[in-house]
Design a protein around this ligand. Structure first.
Ligand SMILES: Nc1ncnc2c1ncn2[C@@H]1O[C@H](COP(=O)(O)OP(=O)(O)OP(=O)(O)O)[C@@H](O)[C@H]1O
Ligand SMILES: [Mg+2]
Length: 577
């Protein structure tokens, strides 16, 4: 019988491995910067073209490599960082698997120039799809310069999954920020399409670096915290309780210099803020944990972004302890380096005709028995609205009513969100929402990194009634907002709105569709869950629901109200079978 099983050729193996290590351009950037740091580079320049889809170049002034090492580096499992299995318990470097360079090279065109201090000349290697095309001696300074072009040129399926340039670049920025935050002794420069995005000289202490990356507004509210228990040392910066963000992107956790995502730590951070921060809001926290390398497994995840602790309980306890008296030491304000102005091209926001009818709902989210009874349910609601008896508010989230048929529960946020969304949508269709000028213009400050995206969104938001103008360094001044938002905390809404848009863009590429933006505005303009409401306010909300036409769901498709009829109640209590 012919042999059916065979060992895959090296280039196929590398390409398979690359699938795990190199997910998108940002993964390449991360790996190359990590190599530069492991090589003790103190000046690292990152040059990106077209969100890394066309070109990624990372230059360092580290130790460099000799000719043989430079060639070996592109072989799988070739590393200078560990030698034997015992070394896995002693890892002090960011890399250790010897997988990054061969993985990157197998799915792109690479040119690497490198030179050690003592060598007279450097070496240049060119590879394509992992195969070496050329190697020659060149004159160059000490250090390493890696150029990666046409990522995924030979894996079209993977290339197809890449997003818009702006989305890929926002992932790259996040990758650079994560590393730059932890290495204040390294001078980082980041360029996109030859524009300087940032230039971070070495910082005298961690808080200065954090301030340069996250902005003055965040820096002002940070408090320094420290804890030492047994062999665990934690140092960090945590935002004061009055300050919050709409998402958890401001939580940065490092273990032995490596950025990680860790549930235990995240949980402990949120525990630390329990009762100090509103529901569904997040702090800004930057934590540096130092543990003995032998008590940590870093070989858990292909991108090395997860670790396993020998004693997770101790880690949890340590992080919680950070918050015991963290209000005591505010960080001194600092003056960040000036960042030059840049020009941006702003894609117009296309107003896409909606393909969904706002009053129609998906079957899954519809209460009741099935699609056919929507009509009758609408009537039922209209008919019963006047006869609804408001019983009260449950968990500061639901309005509980007695209806002629049973029990009606309304999710106050989902219902109001839908009302606000519907009104905004109508206003946009009529040529633009009514605008409320602020008597006293308010300002919102963004971080230097967010500013790039913020400037792109300003013209889009102008068409929706937000008069926002750039005002000095990374700051916008709010002159007017859609009047539907009047009386709300405008600076908080504008801050959340823009940060949500940035987050969405990073996650899935911003749907350049007005509806997506309206949903975010509606979400922020609506009554929140956890907000106590008077009977009068509950009644007004129900009346507004009726005025806007009946609906069962919020704009995101979550249910806005549910009815439990008496028959169901009787079944629940086994009065009827
Ligand atoms: N910028 C650099 N300067 C000096 N040496 C480098 C540089 N980049 C890579 N090397 C050398 O090439 C080797 C292979 O790099 P590669 O990134 O593939 O593996 P690694 O860093 O050892 O492990 P990992 O796959 O976990 O990143 C490294 O161990 C290091 O010796
Ligand atoms: Mg590496």
């Amino acid at each position: 019988m012919a042999q059916k099983i065979h060992i895959l050729p090296g280039e196929v193996v590398n390409r398979i491995a690359a699938g795990e290590v190199v997910e998108r351009p940002a993964s390449v950037v991360k790996e190359l910067i990590e190599n530069a740091i492991d090589a003790r580079g103190t000046e690292i320049s990152i040059l990106i073209d077209d969100g890394g889809l066309r070109r990624i170049r990372v230059i360092d002034n580290g130790t460099g490599m000799g000719r043989t090492d430079a060639l070996t580096a592109f072989q799988r499992y070739a590393t200078s960082k560990i030698k034997a299995s015992d070394d896995l318990g002693m890892i002090q470097t960011l890399g250790f698997r010897g997988e990054a360079l061969p993985s990157i090279a197998s799915v792109s065109r690479v040119k690497m120039i490198t030179k050690e201090e003592q060598s007279l000349s450097g070496v240049e290697i060119r590879l394509e799809g992992g195969g070496v095309k050329e190697i020659r001696d060149v004159g160059c300074p000490r250090g390493t310069d890696v150029l990666v072009e046409d990522l995924f040129f030979n894996t079209p399926a993977r290339r197809k999954f890449l997003r818009a340039v702006s989305t890929e670049f926002s992932h790259i920025m996040e990758a650079v920020v994560r590393i730059a935050m932890a290495y204040r002794g390294v001078h980082f420069k980041l360029f996109h399409n030859e524009k300087r995005i940032f230039d971070l000289p070495t910082a005298k202490d961690r808080s200065v670096r954090i301030g340069s990356l996250l902005g003055n507004e965040v820096h002002r509210v940070l408090h320094q915290v420290k804890v030492k228990i047994e062999k665990l040392e934690i140092e960090g910066y945590v935002s004061e309780p009055g300050f919050s963000r709409p998402n958890a992107r401001g939580i940065y956790v490092y273990v032995n210099g490596r950025f990680v995502r860790d549930r235990t730590i995240h949980h402990a951070v949120m525990e630390g803020y329990r009762n100090r921060i509103a529901k569904d809001r997040y702090p800004v926290v930057v934590l540096f944990l130092q543990v003995p390398p032998w008590s940590l497994d870093v070989n858990v995840h292909p991108t090395k972004s997860e670790v396993r602790f020998g004693s997770p309980g101790l880690i949890h306890q340590g992080v919680i302890e950070l918050f015991h008296d963290f209000e005591s030491t505010p960080v001194k304000p600092f003056e960040p380096e000036p960042i030059p102005a840049r020009e941006f091209s702003i894609p117009p926001l296309a107003v896409k005709e909606s393909t969904t009818d706002y009053n129609s709902v998906s079957q899954a989210s519809r209460p009741g028995r099935g699609p056919d009874d929507e009509g009758s349910r609408v009537e039922l609601f209209e008919e019963t609205l006047s006869s609804l008896r408001i019983l009260g508010q449950l968990d500061q989230t639901y309005i509980v009513c007695e209806s002629p048929r049973g029990l009606l529960l309304v999710d106050q946020h989902a219902a109001h969100e839908r009302i606000v969304f519907h009104r905004l949508k109508q206003a946009v269709d009529r040529g633009g929402p009514q605008v409320q000028r602020l008597l006293l213009p308010e300002t919102v400050e963004f971080s230097p990194l967010e500013w790039d995206a913020v400037e792109r969104y300003l013209p889009q938001l102008a068409g929706l009634g937000f008069d926002l103008e750039p005002f000095g360094r990374n700051t916008v001044v709010i002159r007017s907002v859609p009047s539907i938002l009047s009386g709300k905390d405008c600076s908080q809404i504008v801050s959340d709105l823009l940060r949500d848009l940035i987050e969405q863009e990073a996650r899935s590429g911003i749907d350049k569709n007005i509806e997506a933006v309206l949903k975010v505005i509606a979400c922020h303009g609506a009554i929140r869950s956890g907000q106590p409401l008077s009977k009068e306010e509950m009644r007004t909300l129900l009346e507004e629901m009726k005025e806007e036409g009946f609906f069962y769901t919020c704009p995101h498709g979550r249910p806005a109200c549910r009815e439990i009829d008496t028959l169901q109640l009787e079944k629940m209590f086994m009065r009827k079978s």
